[in-house]
Ligand binder design. Structure first.
Ligand code: ADP
Ligand code: SF4
Length: 699
């Protein structure tokens, strides 16, 4: 079996390359010692205080994977800072201690340090749960569209805030944390005072020293609260990336660290908003922030942590060796592979499941659902399903499984079944494995998505019990001719050409009046020229990416969508503004709020979704992004053939991934993994554990 337990492996002895030794040096953080330089910064996860056992298990898994420091996400220090319905943590009173203590225990079990991100948000708060009046540096509406204003804090409010930080820090110590992180991130009061946008005229506004006063006081209060029993760190935006309207690193970002340099025990530095700090691979590569962080260590002797979607051990070691960072902050890489430190330590570099930079993990925060990840289907399932990213339960029998289709669903299904020890045959009709991942990773900006395929193929190649056949287009008789007990159809899906979709309930008429293409045609290399309209009812990345591809091919492109925004789902992956800027820079014309009403010889006709007002766009071709159809043509014939023939043994058939119901790539990977986990296992009707609210009185 290929399921060697990583805990057992660690005892065999380290085989890492000596050039990575530097990553395993200790780092002193105030009164605590981090066992290596791997730091999991705070990150949202959709579990938080609402699902504390799931949260603790997820953080504990990072610690088991070798991270020296594991942080919570945003933890509010007072009811006047309430971000509900976002699922985060609170330390408002002692009743909030036990859920966080669970996490500390899980992290400590593996010798890691636990950190808590203590935050007080200001303009970001609408206080929807508590109905308290939000406060900020000055009076103004809250961010977004909620009809609420914050009131300006007076000096008594500031004194109160300092007390809340002190009390929350004390509770953090009681919960068992090793590091209290004073959050001066984009949504927090500390940063909103620090930013040049702070228009106060008292001792908390104006000069940098005045604007930094609140941050300094909050660090001092945290110190008071922890009474030397744990470390105090700061998470700080060092550049707002908006020119001189905001804080700039060379101007005030470095100056504020120089001013407060020894007050905290560690500086965790970030850049801009969450969208700037966590760009997708479509728009930024690894280590994008180095130009911003490269001088921080020249102004402080305290350890510095920075992020940059680091997955390469060479990049990590280089940042330490060149004196740019002391600890490697890695959020998304720690989600895609919680065991990166252990794998580097054991010299298993090719086993690292590299983050593809898609930000599906971020979307779980906006969905308020357990964290999920395209590369790591076990993420968020550690407690409720008991899934471990590095361990599978052994097979239940000697059955032989045929998996048809080597897209993300089929690859992951074969890999995970193989890991359980089953004999697996994986058949793929194309010359290359990867299915839609191979096709889509050739589109502009999506190259890193190929890692979904590459990691799985690398793992499969090590499994003697898995045979892979490429260029094998299987039919019913081919499947039944193999000596298998179970057939898994992972044969994917095809984009529809007929216009039926989310809003359009019936196929288009007059389809011969205009060439109609689909993304499959474009990815297959079909040529198209002139004016092309893309009609997008899909609302995720494909519309924008196909637009880019068509511009590269020399077309004049108009992107029409029924949604109020282009690529509307991309709000959840923090990409929406960048998509808009990219398409604008490429000269793509955008029309939102319009439904495709028909086709005629002049081109496609559209109607405004609210007013019905008609719009026509002259076009030489239209690309239809409405829906996909499952490639499940084998399913019914297989069932019928199996039913008709008396065979020596029963053969069963399942469909997974896009073949069952087309969805995003992360669904396909999850479907493949889930099938393998549940194959020949008894599964309850509710297939996961739930954290139910216990009804008890306030006291
Ligand atoms: P998913 O996202 O569900 O994994 P994909 O479309 O990415 O779906 O992958 C499906 C894969 O199945 C494609 O690589 C396709 O070539 C392959 N495939 C489809 N039909 C057959 C078949 N009859 N025999 C072998 N492979 C097939
Ligand atoms: Fe990386 Fe995507 Fe996983 Fe997030 S969801 S950790 S961006 S692979």
């Amino acid at each position: 079996m290929n399921t060697m337990d990583v805990s057992a492996k660690a005892e065999i002895g380290s085989t890492r390359d000596s050039r990575f030794d530097i990553l395993f040096e200790h780092v002193h953080i105030g009164p605590r010692i981090a066992k290596n330089r791997f730091y999991q910064p705070p990150h949202c996860n959709g579990m938080g205080g609402l699902r504390p056992q799931a949260h603790a298990a997820m953080r504990g898994m990072k610690a088991e994977g070798g991270w020296a420091v594991v942080n919570t996400e945003h933890c509010s220090i007072h009811p006047t800072s309430d971000l509900m319905p976002e699922v985060l943590h609170t330390l408002w009173d002692d009743g909030d201690i036990p859920p966080l203590a669970l996490m500390c225990d899980a992290v400590h079990e593996h010798g890691a340090l636990a950190g808590v991100q203590l935050a007080y948000a200001a303009y970001y708060n609408a206080n929807k749960l508590t109905r308290e009046v939000p406060m900020g540096p000055i009076a103004r509406p809250v961010d977004g569209y909620f009809p609420v204003q914050v009131r300006a804090m007076d000096l008594q409010d500031i004194r109160n805030l300092r007390g809340w930080m002190r009390a929350a820090s004390r509770r953090a110590v009681q919960a068992g944390f090793d590091i209290v992180n004073v959050d001066a991130n984009f949504s927090t009061i500390a940063f909103q005072f620090l930013s040049p946008r702070n228009q106060r005229t008292d001792e908390y506004g104006g000069s940098l020293r005045n604007r930094a006063r609140l941050l300094k006081e909050l660090i001092e209060e945290a110190r008071e609260g922890v009474r030397g029993e744990c470390a105090v760190s700061v998470r700080l935006i060092i550049d707002e990336l908006c020119g001189d309207v905001g804080l700039q690193v060379e101007d005030e970002g470095l100056a504020v660290i120089e001013m407060l340099c020894d007050l905290p025990d560690l500086w965790d530095v970030v850049v801009g908003t969450w969208a700037d700090d966590s760009p997708t691979s479509r728009f930024a590569g690894e280590n994008e922030h180095e130009p911003f962080v490269k001088r921080i260590k020249s102004v402080t002797k305290k350890p510095v942590v920075g992020v940059g979607r680091f997955t390469s051990p060479d990049t990590m070691a280089s940042l330490i060796r060149r004196g740019i960072l002391d600890m490697i902050g890695a959020t998304r890489p720690s989600i895609a592979d919680p065991f990166i430190p252990r794998k580097i330590e054991e010299g298993r570099y090719e086993d690292i499941r590299e983050c593809i930079g898609c930000n599906i993990c971020v979307s779980s925060h906006y969905m308020m659902a357990n964290l999920r990840c395209t590369q790591n289907p076990t993420m968020g399932e550690e407690w409720r399903k008991g899934w471990h990213p590095e361990k599978m339960q052994p097979k239940a029998s000697d059955k032989h499984v045929l998996v048809v289709g080597a897209g993300p669903a089929g690859l992951e299904c074969a890999r995970a079944l193989g890991d359980r020890g089953y004999a697996v045959t994986l058949a793929e009709k194309s010359r290359q494995p990867g299915g839609r991942v191979t096709a889509e990773s050739a589109l502009p900006g999506l190259r890193e998505w190929g890692r979904v395929r590459d990691w799985r193929v690398t793992q499969l190649q090590k499994m003697p019990n898995v045979r892979i056949y490429l260029e094998s287009d299987l039919g019913v008789e081919d499947c039944l001719g193999l000596d298998v007990d179970h057939i898994v159809l992972a044969t994917g899906s095809t984009w529809r050409r007929d216009g039926l979709g989310r809003l359009r309930n019936r196929p288009l008429e007059n389809t011969s009046t205009l060439p109609i293409l689909t993304p499959d045609d474009i990815m297959a290399g079909r040529s198209v020229s002139g004016s092309v309209v893309i009609y997008d009812e899909d609302h995720y990345y494909m519309g924008g990416v196909i637009a880019e591809k068509l511009v590269q091919m020399g077309c004049k492109v108009t992107l029409v969508t029924s949604a109020p925004e282009i690529s509307a789902f991309s709000y959840n992956t923090l990409e929406l503004p960048r998509v808009a800027r990219r398409l604008d820079s490429l000269g793509v014309t955008v029309l939102t709020h319009h439904l495709l009403s028909g086709l005629d010889s002049q081109g496609p006709r559209f109607a405004h979704i609210h007013t019905g007002r008609a719009a026509e766009i002259a076009a030489d071709a239209i690309v239809m992004l409405t829906a996909r159809q499952s490639n499940d043509a084998l399913y019914e014939p297989l069932l019928q053939a199996i039913g008709k023939e008396k065979r020596d043994r029963d053969i069963s058939v399942s469909r997974i991934g896009d073949c069952l119901a087309p969805a995003a790539i992360y669904h396909a990977v999850y479907a493949g993994h889930r099938f393998a986990r549940e194959f020949e296992e008894a599964i309850e009707e509710v297939p996961f554990r739930r954290e139910r609210i216990s009804l008890q009185s306030r006291d």
